[in-house]
Design a protein around this ligand. Structure first.
Ligand code: SAH
Length: 398
């Protein structure tokens, strides 16, 4: 028996813990023994006091404990971090050895057994997102271990303020943690093509790395085609498509800063003549273009997360349906629609239903050619299906 504080579950609420789901919600907890501080390691036990799992306590979050181990003999300490980190890094060895790709995720939080910890690599820089109390207390050890194992030029923190607030963590934590401050633009490679990333001010940790495999898969389908990349961000789908010989590519986004970077990415890849960038609200612009009769051979739709909470799912599905219908309207018969949702709360099944609804409303026959998923560096632990947030469909639209 150790002297860790204990979280005692209500009868019947141990089931998900036994199935190794990594979250214990506040409503499942009957009582506490001891006074765990935020970030303290606690044992989770059943009503009879039998050990179930061990994790990190977060007093203000709905997710009260994030579980780290189901082995009563495994301490959650620096050696634990070491083991988990090494496991995550070894899973990315193939990417590490591929000089054509230097931007990818090294640690994918719960799915890599490190709840709330995200580590992305951008060439010689690492970017950390720390989104739980556990992650917060591990910061120093993580930085030391990453510096030692990855020998980066610098480690920078970009923790998402909104999520940290829900955890009761101080929201402002961006900045240099170790080594050199990254420059305004860091050059990385994806599939042998150069891209510039603004680590300090860009969205997420600087880029949408989860779409890497999909970008590389879709681009060769664009050769000779007129392509529309909606929600282009800094133009990665668009620039890959143009580099694969698309006749023309239009990238559309509401962020002027993102489009500035997109233009630079096009120049860097010498495809600026075949790319144009439009700033605006996708819903409004697509509606306008539909009215004026514009059409394309390929439409890519990669919208932001429309549903962050369960209460937003209904509105999100309306948004997805609307944008997909507009995308279909702009496609010539036989054109390709590549459409995504990154809302974890919208399942792949629900998303397909939404696209089906859009096809009915658009009056088009739509064939699914393939199902798309987040890249392999964003793995999904089977015990944590919530980790599978990005889903997509590649469709022929008649
Ligand atoms: N496809 C990109 C990632 C897109 S992320 C890639 O592969 O890197 C979603 C993008 O949608 C963000 O760049 C955001 O600025 C943009 N966005 C959000 N709401 C929008 C809207 N209403 N109209 C147009 N763009 C929008």
């Amino acid at each position: 028996m150790n002297d860790l504080p204990r979280v005692i579950l209500k009868p019947g609420r141990e089931k998900s813990v036994r199935l190794r789901h990594p979250w214990v919600f506040s409503g499942a907890i009957a009582s506490l023994r001891g006074h765990p501080s935020p970030g303290a390691v606690v044992d989770v036990v059943d009503e009879a006091g039998r050990f179930l799992a061990r994790g990190v306590y977060s007093p203000r979050s709905q997710i009260r404990v994030r579980l780290c181990t189901w082995d009563a003999d495994e301490a959650v300490d620096r050696t634990f971090l070491c083991r988990r980190l090494d496991r995550a890094l070894s899973g990315r060895r193939a990417l590490e050895n591929d000089p054509a790709t230097t931007a990818y995720r090294l640690v994918h939080a719960e799915s890599d057994g490190l709840p709330g910890v995200i580590v992305d690599r951008y060439g010689p820089y690492l970017v950390l997102q720390l989104l739980s109390w556990g992650a917060e207390v591990w910061r120093e050890d993580l930085v030391a271990l990453l510096a030692e194992r990855c020998a980066p030029r610098g480690i920078y923190e970009r923790s998402d303020a909104a999520i940290r607030r829900l955890e009761g963590l101080s929201p402002q934590t961006d900045g240099l943690l170790w080594g050199e401050e990254p420059p305004e633009r860091v050059e990385v490679w994806e599939g042998g093509r150069p891209f510039l990333v603004d680590i300090r001010r860009g969205q997420k940790t600087g880029a949408y790395l989860d779409q890497r495999e999909n970008r590389l898969r879709v681009a060769p389908l664009c050769t000779g085609k007129e392509v529309l990349d909606v929600f282009t961000y800094s133009g990665w789908f668009a620039v890959h498509a143009a580099s694969c010989g698309a006749a023309s590519v239009v990238g559309l986004d509401s962020s002027a800063e993102a489009l500035d970077l997109a233009r630079e990415n096009a120049r860097r890849n010498r495809v600026e003549e075949r790319t144009t960038w439009e700033e605006g609200d996708a819903f409004a612009v697509l509606r306008e273009w539909r009215a004026s009769g514009r059409s394309f051979d390929v439409v890519i739709l990669d919208p932001p997360k429309f549903a962050a909470r369960t209460s937003q799912v209904a509105a999100a599905t309306r948004g997805y349906k609307d944008i997909n219908m507009l995308g279909m309207h702009l496609l010539r018969p036989g054109g390709l629609l590549v459409t995504f949702s990154c809302s974890g709360l919208v399942s792949a099944e629900l998303f397909q239903k939404v696209v089906f609804g859009a096809a009915l409303d658009a009056g088009r026959d739509v064939q699914v050619l393939s199902r798309l998923f987040q890249g392999e560096d964003h793995p999904v632990l089977l015990t944590f299906p919530e980790g599978a947030y990005l889903k997509g469909l590649s469709c022929r639209v008649w």
